[in-house]
Ligand binder design. Structure first.
Ligand code: GYE
Length: 357
């Protein structure tokens, strides 16, 4: 038997690793890549989709992804209601779907509570409900949920800031936080995750206000913060990219520098194309991706349900953490499941922007 040298074994193992990673990228994430070539439904379906609204680039990408997958060509008539962030409109939309007797109801819930009675009605009418994006926390009358681990996004942002401050020798962290809609699980999770670090690291949080996930909201809150706290903060956490755009407008107007080499570190979430452009030009320091391309997985879930295949109660999207500077290769932290994970921090280049949603 030939004995391989340690160097050869190492090279061989890294080859296997590269091969496995390539295979994973090609096939492991296929369900989130937008292709569902093999799915053929046995009957025409009518699906009602109560969408949150159109507040952000993330939301538009999710809407388009669902529209593309749940399409006429795939045998589905999709009735989409844009609820414009109004909880009453969303409830009405679902009651209307129940009345019409749709085959499936798809909900991206604006808030995570207040669903018990309405989902019971859907259950009574025998209409399967699929929840996407944000979670529903006060009812179990739905078949499955597909979305992101928002708490992990917040935890990853906290761990990144801890490592970044260490590397840069930043001793004091004074944070202003612009959250997304209160009561939405996206806001709950990102806040819960990031605030763990505030607590553990003893960082100072000066203020936290709701910017409703919109550019206008981000600007409005930042204008208030600038008036009130100018000179007192060195970190801004914006719970999505669109609010970060508004925040940067406000900082520009107040003559406050930010991003790489600036006075204020900006952390954002979503990593949409416009957001990653801002990371590439150094205006946003780090952006924690939330993956909105849920259409193909929705179609697969519906197809499995149609074929009597049991679906898992939860599907989580795979996501990437991005930064402007090449100083933190990876972060290690305990995720929301209590597992220790090590994940890469990807430095944004032209290609990352091109590949974004
Ligand atoms: O981050 C934000 C959107 O629920 C994950 O909602 C979603 C959030 C997303 O408006 O941009």
């Amino acid at each position: 038997m030939r004995i391989l040298s340690a160097g050869k074994i190492k090279r061989f193992l890294s080859l296997i690793l590269v091969f496995a990673m390539t295979a994973f990228m090609l096939f492991g994430c296929a369900s989130s890549s937008g292709r569902n070539d093999s799915i053929k439904l046995k009957r025409e379906l009518y699906v009602g989709f109560a969408q949150v609204g159109h507040e952000s680039d993330w939301r538009s990408a999710e809407t388009n992804s669902v529209k593309e997958a749940l399409s006429k060509e795939n045998g589905i008539t999709l009735e989409l209601v844009d609820c414009d962030n109004d909880i009453d409109v969303q409830r009405e939309a679902i009651l209307d779907f129940i009345e019409k007797g749709v085959d499936y109801i798809l909900i991206a819930p604006i808030v995570s509570t207040g669903w018990d009675d309405i989902l019971e009605k859907a259950e009574d009418a025998d209409i399967p409900v699929i929840v996407i994006d944000r979670t529903i926390d006060d009812s179990e009358n739905y078949v499955t949920w597909l979305g992101s681990e928002f708490t992990d996004e917040g935890l990853a942002a906290g761990e990144w800031l801890k490592s970044y401050a260490n590397e840069k020798g930043i001793k004091e962290i004074n944070i202003l936080e612009v959250t997304g809609n209160k009561g939405s699980s996206a806001e709950n999770g990102r806040t819960a995750g990031f605030h763990k670090y505030i607590e553990y690291e003893g960082w100072n949080i000066i203020d936290s206000l709701d910017g409703e996930f919109t550019e206008e909201g981000g600007k409005r809150i930042m204008d208030l913060f600038c008036e009130e706290y100018e000179g007192q903060f060195n970190v801004i956490v914006s719970q999505n990219d669109n609010m970060a755009f508004g925040i940067m407008e406000s900082l520009d107007a107040h003559g406050i520098s930010y991003g790489v080499g600036g006075d204020v570190i900006i952390i954002s979430f979503d990593a949409c194309t416009a957001g990653l452009k801002k990371v590439l030009d150094g205006s946003i320091n780090a952006d924690f991706q939330c993956n909105p391309l849920q259409g193909p997985d929705c179609l697969k879930l519906i197809s499995d349900l149609e074929n009597g295949i049991e679906v898992q109660p939860e599907t989580t999207m795979s996501e990437t953490w991005y930064a402007a500077e090449d100083i933190i290769p990876s972060i290690t932290y305990f995720n929301s499941m209590g597992e220790e994970v090590t994940e890469p921090i990807v430095v944004v280049d032209e290609k990352a922007v091109e590949d974004a949603y």
